[in-house]
Each structure stands twice: as C-alpha cells, then as structure tokens.
Design a binder for this molecule. Structure first.
Ligand SMILES: [Zn+2]
Length: 171
C-alpha cells in the first residue's frame, strides 16, 4: 500500500481473530441462503466486540424503499441502539462485500476502526460503487489511516452473489 504525504501512521495489518472469522463465515452463509430464496445480490454485515456479536443485519434497501439501508448501515445503527451510544470504538465491522463509500463514512462516524470483508471490489461485477475513481485505499489514506481493513476473506464462496448486475448502489 502506498503512503500519502498527508497520511497518518499505517495501522497494523488486520489478522482476523477466530470469532471474526466465524462471524464473517456465518453472515456469508446467510447471504448465500438469502440469495437462494430471493435471488442475488444479497448483502449482510455484523458488528463484533471481542468475541461478542453486537448486531447482525442484511441489506434493507428494497424492503424499506430506502437507498441508504445498506447492511452495514443497518448493523451499525442496530449496534449503537443496543449499546445506547454512538461511539463504537474497538468494534469490528464485518461484511459479506466490500463496504461502499457511504458505509465507510458511517463506519467512521461510529468510530469503528477495524473492518473485515469477503468480496473485494476488484473481484465484483460493475455497478456496486458510486465513486469508481476512489478505492478503499484512497479512503483509508484520506482518513489519515483511521481504520485498518482486510478484504478477500472467504471471497470465493460469495463471489457468485456479486456477479454483473443490472442495478447499482446496493453494496
Ligand atoms: Zn454501503
């Protein structure tokens, strides 16, 4: 990863813990089951603190007719409500798919600084991201490396969920 002149110190590489791997695997299983019943793509996310799962959510864009109800947003909101605070420092965001720019911003507003996801943008079909000229490395640098992330964990299993789409904006 390149380091910009305005970037803060690079965070340590993310090595998923056993509970993080387990929870990510479970939300990916969930997304696969949802797709079997309802069709792809399907997006799921979870918030972990240590080995405790605080929230788990799926994308609710279609169900609520709200373009902002991505799985990560729903999970962050549910975790904050459950804990009764907006500061989720020390928590990990897990997602079946690389979070979009909106979700990365919400993650930072919640002060979440650790992110692990399965499908990476470079492996996806077109149409999942609105700011194509920015990649997650750009956003990490732009935040002064305020968060550490790891993508591609268990990616092969979920990639069939995210092959070329006719709709955009649900990542
Ligand atoms: Zn999103």
């Amino acid at each position: 990863m390149r380091r910009g002149a305005d970037a803060g110190p690079m965070p340590d590489p993310v090595i998923p813990t056993a509970p993080e791997r387990q929870a990510l695997s479970e939300i990916c299983d969930w997304a696969l089951r949802l797709a079997e019943g309802e069709g792809a793509p399907k997006f799921t996310a979870a918030i972990l603190h240590g080995d405790a799962e605080i929230a788990r959510a799926r994308n609710e864009v279609a169900a609520t007719c709200d373009p902002s109800r991505h799985a990560e947003i729903v999970a962050i909101a549910a975790a904050a409500r459950r804990l009764g605070r907006r500061d989720l420092s020390g928590h990990t965001l897990l997602s079946s798919c690389q979070p979009c720019e909106m979700c990365l911003a919400a993650m930072r507003w919640a002060r979440i600084d650790r992110l692990i996801f399965a499908a990476r943008r470079e492996s996806l079909g077109a149409g999942f991201f609105q700011f194509g000229a920015l990649d997650i490395g750009d956003l990490a640098r732009a935040s002064g490396h305020a968060f550490a992330y790891l993508g591609g964990v268990g990616e092969a299993r979920v990639l069939p969920l995210y092959r070329p789409q006719d709709e955009s904006g649900d990542a």
